[in-house]
Design a binder for this molecule. Structure first.
Ligand code: FES
Length: 125
């Protein structure tokens, strides 16, 4: 089990919950009463965008950054990265680095985010 902390989603929705590794973030949010907009649930509309922090290691994208070796490899689908780039939430360079080094970007689509580590989740705006 991993710990997922939701913060800033509104009254009664700031909470810490436990999830299984491999659970989808959007599903865990819904099961726990956290309202994250979700129009397509297919990684294309961008409505479920959230900010993510891994709690055990800081977001570490590149091998030359401190903490890289302890960070959990996390695969992000091309579809999610393309949507995030189209929205202007991440740069094309960040998407390439995430893909090349199997790291997640600091913003994710909740409907595509498979939980692997303890996380802090905040609204995008
Ligand atoms: S609900 Fe549309 S991208 Fe997640």
């Amino acid at each position: 089990m991993v710990s997922v902390i939701f913060c800033g989603f509104g009254e009664g929705m700031n909470k810490r919950v436990f999830a299984k590794k491999g659970d989808l973030l959007l599903r865990v949010a819904k099961q726990n009463g956290i309202k994250i907009p979700s129009e397509c649930e297919d990684g294309t509309c961008g409505s479920c965008i959230v900010k993510i922090e891994e709690l055990k290691t800081k977001d570490v994208l590149r091998p030359d950054e401190e903490g890289y070796s302890e960070a959990t490899p996390i695969y992000m689908e091309d579809k999610e990265l393309s949507t995030l780039v189209e929205m202007g939430a991440i740069s094309k360079k960040e998407a390439e680095i995430a893909q090349q080094y199997n790291r997640q970007t600091p913003v994710r689509l909740a409907c595509q985010c498979v939980i692997q580590t303890d996380m802090l989740i905040k609204p995008f705006k």
